[in-house]
Design a protein around this ligand. Structure first.
Ligand SMILES: Cc1cc2nc3c(=O)[nH]c(=O)nc-3n(C[C@H](O)[C@H](O)[C@H](O)COP(=O)(O)O)c2cc1C
Length: 449
């Protein structure tokens, strides 16, 4: 069955969508709007609610872009685990997917936060494991520059291994709470990690009981070589930015093969391309609505924003120059730059055509239309084996998600590719993912038998 994820930012995803007359105002750290989006997503039976994140204000080096509010990671936002903890109290089924960086967080505190989120949401926590795509984040953590990509991913691997070890601190039956005997705890049912690695030295145990899901559902989003390897070894699900079905098919095949090389079943790693969806009741209405947003992108915003996504300065070129060859990789994110440049070069697009094409999509496929047209595209990708589901982005809120839920969801259900109700249990159970056994106590039990 197709799975769907959607983002939580109340401002939406089109670079100028927030300027649309119907778009929400007062979107800065607005809890009520978050609750509205979460409830709409749950009404549409979405599997997960996603918050992207960074640990600094992005693009402080490009203030014009920041002023125009044209980047996907916004400058003033709730901390994701905190925000999702609040939303857990207003929802009951949807997965709560928070981004957190392994480059600047500490495993002990982060493992504790996700364990808490998983407990208080009754098994709905997910963690988007990122290594931080904004190099400037380093300046907030006592470092003059971002860690190099391979070093970030090496640290990420150890970070996740350590978190798993910490989540495994307590056996499920450790907390006896036996009033009659006076024993609260069975101390033989705790495991002290005592980790001494290249990046971390952690005693343990974690001061949180094992999460209901064992481990939160683990996501990853990197598309570079080390990014893919990390996902193949640790992720239950991953995001990707693949603007065409062909690129998505290649990515999907590659990731499933890598998961198998890591000794996993290919079905244990789910792949979610982003899709930016501009839906309406009729095709004409959807196209008009999209054109209204496009008309709100100015050339300076267009060029600056594209520079951000391809990680190179395009301001020295005229908007009608051909999209130039890519400069060498910086230390930041690479996922989207190659995807965008591949299409721009293949189709000989100018910089203006490239930003008009990609800013509404930021490297993902764009679907504009009525329920039938959008469901056709979704079904085509899914049936072709290009994805296990989609991360649905919308232009602005609340219309974007409302329209998807009201028009597209019923059409997907009618075609039998999307669920009609939530399944029982934790998010892992709903997704059909295995509950990770606790290796420390399984081994002891096996030995005792
Ligand atoms: C859908 C999607 C969501 C992402 N969300 C975040 C995010 O919230 N924070 C972040 O730092 N990077 C985010 N990224 C970027 C990836 O983590 C990025 O690829 C990585 O930081 C750099 O890895 P790479 O070199 O393997 O591409 C996201 C990427 C995609 C495709």
């Amino acid at each position: 069955m197709l799975s769907l994820i959607t983002g939580l930012h109340a401002v939406g995803n089109h670079p100028a969508g927030w300027r649309h007359p119907n778009a929400w105002t007062d979107t800065v750290m607005n809890l009520e709007q978050g609750i509205h989006v979460a409830k709409t997503a749950e009404r549409g039976l979405f599997d997960m609610l996603f918050i992207s994140d960074g640990n600094g204000v992005p693009s402080m080096d490009a203030p014009e872009m920041l002023e125009a509010n044209c980047i996907t990671v916004k400058p003033a936002v709730f901390e994701p685990v905190t925000f999702l903890s609040a939303l857990a109290m207003h929802t009951s089924q949807i997965g709560l997917l928070a981004t957190a960086t392994t480059t600047y967080e500490e495993p002990f505190t982060l493992a504790r936060k996700f364990a808490s989120l998983d407990h208080l949401s009754k098994g709905r926590a997910c963690w988007n494991v990122v290594t931080s795509s904004n190099p400037l984040d380093s300046l907030n953590f006592g470092k003059d520059e971002h860690l190099a990509r391979y070093d970030r991913y090496e640290r990420a691997q150890e970070f996740v291994d350590v978190c798993k070890g910490l989540w495994d601190s307590w056996a499920e039956d450790a907390f006896l709470q036996d009033k009659a005997s006076g024993r609260y705890l069975d101390i033989s049912r705790v495991h002290t990690l005592d980790h001494h690695g290249k990046h971390f030295k952690i005693k343990g145990p974690l001061n949180a009981a094992r999460p209901p899901q064992g481990y939160p559902v683990l996501f990853s989003a990197g598309q570079s070589e080390p990014g893919r390897e990390l996902a193949a070894s640790i992720a239950d699900c991953m995001f990707c930015a693949t603007p065409t079905k062909e690129l998505a098919l290649a990515f999907y095949g590659d990731m499933k093969a890598r998961a198998q090389q890591h000794g996993r079943d290919a079905s244990e790693l789910r792949v979610f391309p982003g899709a930016v969806i501009y839906a309406a009741e009729t095709q004409a209405e959807a196209e008009d609505n999209f054109a209204e947003m496009q008309a709100l992108i100015t050339p300076s915003v267009g060029v600056l924003n594209l520079s951000h996504y391809v990680d190179m300065d395009l301001t020295g070129y005229a908007p009608d120059d051909l999209f130039p060859p890519l400069t060498e990789d910086g230390v930041g994110g690479s996922s989207r730059r190659y995807a965008i440049a591949a299409v721009a070069h293949a189709e000989k697009l100018t910089i203006r055509q490239t930003y008009e094409r990609f800013l509404p999509s930021f490297g993902h496929v764009v679907m504009i239309g009525d329920a039938k047209k959008i469901a056709d595209e979704i079904e085509d990708w899914y049936a072709s084996g290009a994805c296990d589901g989609f991360n649905v982005h919308v232009g602005y809120q609340p219309d974007g998600l409302d329209r998807f839920v009201d028009h597209v969801v019923p059409e997907l259900q009618r075609r039998g590719i999307y669920k009609k109700e939530y399944g029982p249990g934790t998010l892992r159970e709903k997704l059909g993912l295995t509950l990770p056994p606790n290796p420390f106590f399984e081994a002891k039990r096996d030995a005792a038998e």
